[in-house]
Ligand binder design. Structure first.
Ligand SMILES: C[S@@+](CC[C@H](N)C(=O)[O-])C[C@H]1O[C@@H](n2cnc3c(N)ncnc32)[C@H](O)[C@@H]1O
Length: 223
């Protein structure tokens, strides 16, 4: 199994990345973006999107009035010819201290080892004034069923584990965990669009009742 950084530098992996947001994946993409926009409120803010990939979140935050820089370790993932998108490492962000109001990083934490998490968070805090929104995947969810079959290495983090870790970090003033999606991403991606829309309506309701088993947690950290 490959670490995420190397995996996403493969031309064949990068070129088919956005295919996952076709069919049922369109519903998922729309939902993910909507949820992030609610948490970020991008208007008038300077935002860094770390591990931006093909830039779907960065573009949406820009469209919502944010001044966004997208950064990713893989030049293959970054769409060519766009200003404000650059190659860089999440552990060595190429920016001066407190350059951004808000930082975001979606679908990235599962690619880093547990012991690297505090190091990554400290580096984000160095360049961020207000808050950081990121996503983790829950081992107590249906995602655990297909996790083992993924070709790239992927880490799931228990909510209690991250809560404990965040409580111990003196540079984190406050944090909040927002659980979403009982139905994991991989399942949406293989559904037809209309079916995924219906499933999503049920998913929203079920997640309210079964929060501890949500596949995805959006974390909001205040610095
Ligand atoms: C699953 S993709 C997510 C892309 C985007 N955030 C999204 O949700 O569509 C993970 C991304 O993390 C990037 N990545 C992996 N290791 C990285 C690192 N150390 N620094 C910056 N980006 C990294 C990969 O190149 C890839 O584009």
């Amino acid at each position: 199994m490959k670490l995420g950084q190397e995996w996403y530098q493969r031309e064949e992996v990068a070129s088919r990345y956005d295919k996952r947001f076709t069919h049922g994946g369109r519903v998922l993409n729309r939902e993910e973006i909507e949820k992030l926009l609610e948490l970020v409120d991008p208007k008038g803010k300077e935002i860094l999107d770390i591990a931006t990939g093909t830039g779907r979140f960065a573009e949406s935050m820009e469209a919502a009035g944010g001044d966004v820089v997208g950064m990713d370790a893989s030049k293959e993932m970054l769409k060519p010819g766009r200003a404000n998108y650059l190659v860089g490492d999440a552990f060595k962000l190429p920016f001066k201290g407190k350059s951004f109001d808000v930082s975001t990083s979606m679908r990235f934490l599962h690619l880093i080892r547990p012991r690297q998490v505090p190091v990554f968070l400290k580096e984000v805090e160095r360049v961020t004034k207000e808050k950081f929104i990121f996503e983790s995947f829950n081992p107590m969810s249906l995602r655990a069923l297909y996790q083992w079959a993924l070709p790239q290495r992927s880490y799931l983090f228990r909510t209690s584990y991250l809560e404990e870790l965040l409580s111990d970090l003196e540079f984190v003033k406050d944090f909040e965990a927002n659980p979403y999606f009982l139905i994991p991403y991989g399942a949406y991606q293989v559904m037809p669009y209309g079916f995924a829309k219906r499933v999503n309506r049920i998913d929203r309701k079920l997640t309210e009742i079964l929060e501890p088993f949500a596949s995805t947690i959006y974390w909001v950290l205040e610095f």
